[in-house]
Design a protein around this ligand. Structure first.
Ligand code: SAM
Length: 229
């Protein structure tokens, strides 16, 4: 078996931990120092893609939609959004860790088909919360996969995104009919209730981590909230 090769380490702003990128053949793994489990593996991206495809499928004007993706990770959510949206769409990606953007501009970019090179994409090396706070009816969809879900893991300040204040700000950032889509490793009924209390019409989906050769879902069960304004 091929050995894993260390490609890079990156400090996480506001955290004592680091993101660490490994490669083994055409497989990539991003881990958080101090945690045993992976944050992401390039062979497992079914639910990251579903976050985008399920949210964009709800948009009436998907051909020319404005979409905010936070964060970049390995680019699978971004690539799926670009496949679903039309030529006139504009996608802003907010990524907290500059090295993650650099990794996607390097060898890691192959994993999701180099979505950063798509002319519809602009990248901001910023906390997605800043973009949400600054926006007023700016986006048709906000796709959030910045952590392990509402319980967090990489960046404790992400907690705000899932609070009533964060959900109200996301609602202001969205246009009428817009969708806030949130990825999580676990299902959390309290978060569903918080979304409903914040005035969203909420669907909760369970999505498998990957698709087997027979086309059936395999691996862990992840949760996606689709919350419409
Ligand atoms: C689990 S990965 C995202 C995976 C991505 N959905 C994909 O398809 O590859 C989480 C990413 O969010 C970034 N991140 C964490 N907190 C963030 C924040 N507040 N704003 C922007 N990016 C953030 C992390 O650095 C990491 O790149």
């Amino acid at each position: 078996m091929l050995p894993w090769t260390l490609l890079g380490r990156a400090p996480i702003p506001g955290s004592a931990e680091r993101l660490v990128l490994w490669q083994r053949g055409d497989e990539f793994s991003i881990r958080i120092s101090g945690y045993v489990s992976e944050l992401m593996n390039s062979r497992v991206h079914g639910s990251e893609e579903a976050l985008a495809t399920e949210a964009c499928a709800l948009l009436r004007g998907a051909a020319s939609a404005r979409v905010l993706v936070g964060g970049l990770g390995m680019g699978f959510t971004l690539a799926a959004a670009l496949r679903t949206l039309g030529d006139a769409a504009q996608v802003t990606v907010a990524e907290l860790v500059p090295e993650v953007v650099a990794w996607n501009q390097g060898p890691l970019g192959e994993a999701a088909g180099r979505p950063l090179e798509d002319g519809r994409v602009s990248v901001q090396i910023r906390d997605v919360a800043e973009l949400i706070r600054a926006a007023q009816a700016s986006y048709d969809a906000v796709l959030l996969d910045v952590d392990n879900g509402p319980q967090g893991m990489t960046h404790t300040e992400n907690h705000w995104l899932y609070t009533p204040a964060g959900l109200a700000a996301a609602r202001r950032a969205l246009r009428p009919g817009g969708v806030l889509a949130v990825w999580s490793a676990t299902r959390e009924e309290a978060f569903t209730r918080r979304l409903t209390a914040a005035g969203y019409a909420v669907q909760v989906q369970t999505v498998r981590a990957r698709t087997g050769a027979d086309g059936r879902g395999r691996g862990a069960r992840h949760t996606i909230w689709l919350a419409r304004v």
